[in-house]
Structure formats: structure tokens, C-alpha cells
Write a protein that binds this ligand. Structure first.
Ligand SMILES: Cc1cc2nc3c(=O)[nH]c(=O)nc-3n(C[C@H](O)[C@H](O)[C@H](O)COP(=O)(O)OP(=O)(O)OC[C@H]3O[C@@H](n4cnc5c(N)ncnc54)[C@H](O)[C@@H]3O)c2cc1C
Length: 210
């Protein structure tokens, strides 16, 4: 059994500058103001689009983000409907295999201090789940059935692709808590993702602040 911390990464296929230029070029069609495109005009018009809530223009750019996290995180994430998903399948992955190091990976619960009795209780439960999983597999039970004994803390990987309007929506809910306090697992990754997107894609996320 292995215990890891959750992480994310943004697929590096689009620079912030390209995203700004693309949205500017497309949005200026609305006003037939393509002649106003200048080296530093993109930030200005995108800022104006966001201020004017002309968010439809942001739908022309999509970003992909990978989360390596626990199943309880992704269970919430996949409720967002305007996304494309690709997730590690517990039906097809057999964790006793060499490819998986012959062990099940779990994500540490951030709210339990590592030296606390509660953390030890959690770790014992994960170890017991792993043992039960391997025992079922040893009897020939398929991964798609054996997975029933795995808990919410089991590690999963998911790629999420969504347009910038949807990412703004997801981050407002999951990092800033605009509709209520986000789940603690969301608060482990989403504020960091918001910061990273603010760094890599200037303007598009600048107004999203706690
Ligand atoms: C703090 C918090 C607590 C939550 N608690 C619970 C809970 O206790 N139980 C539970 O079941 N869920 C819960 N959820 C999940 C929540 O109900 C939503 O399913 C989830 O947040 C997705 O939000 P969404 O529908 O706005 O966004 P998305 O699915 O990402 O859609 C984005 C936007 O597109 C539009 N849209 C998408 N689909 C439609 C449609 N069919 N018709 C019209 N407009 C559409 C809406 O404007 C929507 O806001 C919780 C979410 C949060 C953030």
C-alpha cells in the first residue's frame, strides 16, 4: 500500500498569449473591429468582455487539466456537465499487477494529522481494503467486482477538458465557494489550480478572487 498527496497539472498545449489572441480575433467579429488588433490589444478586449459578462466568447478556448486525487474528489468533479473526462478505470486496472507495483495507492486525508490516532485508523482501514481486494483477486474475482471493497480514498487519475467559461464556473464553485463551502478535498487542489491558471492565462481568471 502506498500513500500519496494529491496533485494536478495543466496540459501545456496552449500559451496564455495564444488564448488571448484567439479570443480577441474571434470576438472582434461581433463588432467588425478586426482592424483594431494591435500587439497589446488582446488583454484589453478580453478584460472588457469579462467585465461586460460576454462570457460566450471564452467558450472558444479549452483547457485540459489532470488531477491525481482520490475517488471522492472525482465523484464531485464529474457532476460538472460541460466537460470531457477520461478517468482511470477500476474495471480494467488490476492493482496486484506489476504495472501498479503490486499495491493499491491511497490519497492522504489532509484533515487528519499524520501522527494522530484518527490517521492511523484511516491507514488501517485502507490496508484492510487492499488486503480484501487482493484476496478477491486471488480467487479469480474480476477487478470490476473486486473494486467494490476499495474506499473513497483510493487514488485515481482524471483528465478534464472544458472551455474557459466552464473552468471559471468550476473554480468559482470549487475554489471560491460561491454557492457554499467547498468539500475539503476540493480546497486542497482547486485554489492552487486557480492560481496556476491566473499565472499561465492572464486576464481570463484575474477577477476570480476570494
Ligand atoms: C458546495 C457544493 C455543495 C454541493 N452539494 C451537493 C449535494 O449535497 N448533493 C448533490 O447532489 N450535489 C451537490 N453539489 C453538486 C451541485 O448540485 C452541482 O451538480 C454541481 O456543482 C455542478 O454545478 P452546475 O450544475 O452549476 O454546473 P455544470 O454542470 O458545470 O454546468 C455549468 C452551467 O451550465 C448550465 N447548465 C448545465 N446543464 C444545464 C441544464 N441541463 N439546464 C440548464 N442549464 C444547464 C448552468 O448554468 C450551470 O451552472 C454541490 C456542489 C457544491 C459546489
Amino acid at each position: 500500500m502506498k500513500i500519496i498527496q494529491p496533485t494536478f497539472q495543466v496540459f501545456p498545449d496552449l500559451s496564455g498569449e495564444s488564448a488571448l489572441r484567439k479570443v480577441e480575433r474571434i470576438a472582434r467579429t461581433c463588432y467588425k473591429s478586426e482592424d483594431k488588433i494591435e500587439p497589446d490589444s488582446a488583454k484589453k478586449i478580453v478584460r472588457a468582455l469579462i467585465r461586460g459578462q460576454h462570457f460566450a466568447m471564452l467558450e472558444h478556448v479549452s483547457l485540459s487539466v489532470q488531477f491525481i486525487t482520490q475517488r471522492s474528489f472525482t465523484h464531485e468533479l464529474v457532476r460538472h456537465r460541460l466537460c470531457a473526462f477520461a478517468q482511470e478505470s477500476q474495471r480494467y486496472c488490476a492493482y496486484e499487477g506489476e504495472k501498479f507495483g503490486g499495491e493499491v495507492v491511497f490519497v492522504a486525508p489532509s484533515l487528519l494529522p499524520e501522527d494522530s490516532p484518527a490517521y492511523r485508523q484511516w491507514a488501517q482501514a485502507c490496508a484492510a481494503a487492499e488486503q480484501a481486494y487482493f484476496a478477491l483477486r486471488a480467487q479469480g474475482v474480476k477487478p470490476e467486482v473486486a473494486r467494490e471493497v476499495l474506499p473513497n480514498s483510493v487514488k485515481t487519475e482524471i483528465w478534464v477538458t472544458a472551455n474557459l467559461r466552464e473552468w471559471r464556473h468550476i473554480l468559482a464553485l470549487r475554489a471560491l465557494g460561491t454557492t457554499g463551502k467547498p468539500d475539503p478535498r476540493m480546497l486542497e487542489l482547486m485554489p492552487g489550480l486557480l492560481k496556476e491558471l491566473q499565472r499561465v492565462y492572464p486576464v481570463f481568471f484575474d477577477d476570480l478572487n476570494a
